[in-house]
Design a binder for this molecule. Structure first.
Ligand code: ADP
Ligand code: MG
Length: 623
């Protein structure tokens, strides 16, 4: 039975939200790009505003743990204080949220040198019980259960043969799982003895080790049952859930490698529902907290909100490649906190680091639309302002369709409470993926261009030089970068500079893709180190009229996007298997925006793509 906390007059208690930023994993990256997010003090952090690189978005949390924070500090500030409650029949939960690679497992489990929350909490529970033993008339019994939620199924990790366990509620509204193994533990080493092999069960249960562990929720339950020694032998049960959540990134991001729809949907459902639950609890306005909408929240129902003590540690990473995952993780975490979100003041952004000229109106607007977390009422007014200017200046910065979509998504995100949020988060992740891919391509082009121009020089072949000159476009990025931060003026400089790079790269990529011939040339360049033979082989495109070529490409794209299985198989070099993979890709990602998206389909190497293009374009033209 739970004792009602907070003086007994509170129906629900807030979920405390901590954010932990992990250090860079690679010192090179740190030097190279600088972080996209950083702490300001023990409660605030800022992240570069993707809508305007001269601004950052600030967030306020219960606690911010910077990259130097030790495991011990995280434990002391976020976890230790709630533990005494479970000895008095109250429930508690600690869960680590965030994208894969941001440090959830490090935070929860840690390593033998740097033990995380789980070992420390278990040790502390034993300490607390030990300290109690003598003076009060209670006997304490501690047991553990360890489970995993994968694909909306509850699996018992202490007894791996138990699959898909049901979740039930007793008449006192306690949640329990009939059939779940409960192992009594009498010491920390006892715990370790059971926990370690069970953890192995988790990861060895699947051949796709990493994928599975990043898509499942690992839930350790420590139960403290205390029984009064004298009559009437009252009994109280306190539960502590320690949860390493599934990665919050959009699982479809890896979908181009064949992820099953059901799986990604299920994981999103649990995390999505968790976000709704946390939202409802923390806003205090929800009439109904939607615990029942997913297994995870149903399981945590009596230990999240209500009289329970809950802490969410949102893990984030500093690298740019995590930007959108970080952004959405922060929004999830902060939404429940009514974010404090201020634009940088004019003085701090005075240095013109953007390669685009901002119009006077833009500047006067003082970074319009950099407040993604404002409340609904303000939002409506703002979105009108935002309608033109940010997209206008981002157009010149980057690939328009991606940025437009981000802007639209952000607006929606701000105005929509939760209903469509999952779709939007997915779309944000998708856009992020596109940006990442463009960046990667760009990088490839850059290195290729360097190599080739060197080669070209060696051969002093004028033709090649002309072709590859275009490939060196990204180097412009470097030319525009000398707008080095002026340390005296700009507090946010390191963030600004790094933001420029991806955006500029995008702009460059887009321009290239407009030129069909050159784009194709480059694509074929990606296949193999281009030598004379390779180039000659790909010259077929150069003999075609651009407009005719474009028309053929459109035709193929149309078949890819709307063709039936049969029609897909009608394409050159597309057999039954490929056609099905294309259909599957379409189901997950919507549609192919360009033919090059085919490269994301499983098994479609650049070489195959190149050959596919050649065969189909020639076929479309009747050659
Ligand atoms: P997740 O569980 O969120 O996927 P991990 O905990 O596996 O992420 O972290 C990814 C990598 O980063 C691991 O190598 C981990 O040891 C390291 N790491 C994470 N957080 C920290 C930290 N605070 N300090 C040092 N290394 C960390
Ligand atoms: Mg992990």
């Amino acid at each position: 039975m739970n004792v009602v906390a907070d003086g007994g007059n509170k129906k629900t208690s807030r979920v405390r939200v901590a954010v932990r930023l992990r250090p860079y994993m690679d010192k090179q990256d740190e030097k190279g790009e600088g972080p996209c997010v950083r702490g300001l003090d023990s409660q605030n952090l800022e992240i570069i505003n993707w809508r305007n690189a001269t601004e950052t978005v600030k967030y306020h949390f219960d606690v911010f743990h910077g990259e130097q924070t030790t495991q011990q500090q995280v434990f002391l500030s976020s976890v230790k204080p709630i533990l005494p409650h479970i000895l008095t029949g109250q429930n508690a939960s600690v869960f680590a949220y965030g994208p894969t690679g941001a440090g959830k497992t490090h935070t929860m489990l840690g390593s033998s040198e740097k033990p995380g929350v789980i070992p420390r909490a278990v040790q502390e529970v034993f300490n607390l019980v030990k300290a109690k033993d003598e003076d009060e008339g209670w006997d304490y019994n501690i047991d553990m259960s360890y489970m995993e939620i994968y694909n909306e199924k509850v699996l018992d990790l202490l007894s791996p043969s138990a699959q898909d366990l049901p979740i039930r509620e007793d008449k006192d509204k306690n949640i329990f799982i009939p059939g779940l193994t409960r192992t009594t533990i009498s010491s920390f080493s006892d715990f370790d003895k059971h926990f370690v092999p069970a953890s192995l069960n988790r990861t060895t249960a699947s051949t796709k080790l990493n994928q599975r562990s990043s898509r499942s929720h690992a839930i350790l339950l420590i139960k403290v049952v205390r029984t009064e020694r004298s009559l009437p032998h009252r009994q109280q049960t306190g539960k502590l859930y320690l949860v390493d959540l599934a990665g919050s990134e959009d699982n479809r991001r890896t979908g181009n490698r064949g992820i099953r729809l059901k799986e990604s949907g299920a994981i999103n459902l649990s995390l999505f529902t968790l976000s709704k639950v946390v939202d409802s609890l923390n806003s205090g306005t929800a009439i109904r907290v939607p615990y029942r909408d997913s297994k995870l929240t149903r399981l945590l129902q009596d230990s999240l909100g209500g009289s329970a003590h809950s802490v969410m540690i949102t893990n984030i990473a500093p690298e740019y490649k995590y930007y959108f995952d970080t952004f959405s993780a922060l929004n999830f975490a902060a939404k429940s906190k009514l974010i404090v979100n201020k634009p940088f003041t004019r003085e701090t952004v005075a240095v013109p680091v953007l390669p685009v000229k901002r119009t006077r109106e833009d500047q006067e607007a003082g970074g319009s639309g950099n407040e993604p977390q404002k409340k609904k009422q303000k939002e409506e007014r703002k979105s009108e302002q935002d309608g033109s200017s940010p997209s206008a200046h981002f157009h010149s910065l980057s690939e328009p369709s991606v940025m437009d979509r981000l802007i639209a998504l952000e607006k929606l995100m701000m105005s929509c409470q939760d209903k469509d949020r999952i779709t939007m988060l997915k779309d944000v992740a998708q856009s992020r993926k596109e940006i990442q891919e463009l960046k990667e391509k760009q990088r490839e082009f850059e290195s290729k261009a360097l190599l080739l121009s060197r080669l070209a020089r060696e051969k002093s072949s004028t033709k090649e030089e002309a072709v590859f000159k275009n490939n060196t476009a990204p180097l412009q990025r470097k030319q525009s970068n000398p707008t080095k931060p002026n340390k005296q003026q700009a507090v946010v400089q390191p963030l600004q500079v790094s933001q420029l790079q991806p955006l500029q790269q995008l702009a460059v990529c887009k321009k290239q893709s407009v030129c069909v011939k050159k784009k194709e040339k480059k694509l074929s360049d990606q296949v193999e180190p281009p030598d004379g033979k390779e180039n000659a082989e790909n010259d077929w495109e150069f003999q075609l009229e651009t407009s005719v070529l474009e028309l053929s490409r459109q035709k193929i794209l149309q078949v890819l996007n709307s063709g039936s299985l049969k029609e897909l198989k009608g394409l050159q070099q597309i057999g039954d298997k490929k056609a099905k993979l294309i259909l599957g890709w379409r189901e997950i990602h919507g549609h192919f925006t360009k033919l090059e998206d085919l490269l994301k389909v499983e098994g479609m190497t650049a070489k195959r793509f190149s050959s596919f293009m050649k065969a189909n374009i020639l076929s479309a033209m009747g050659k």
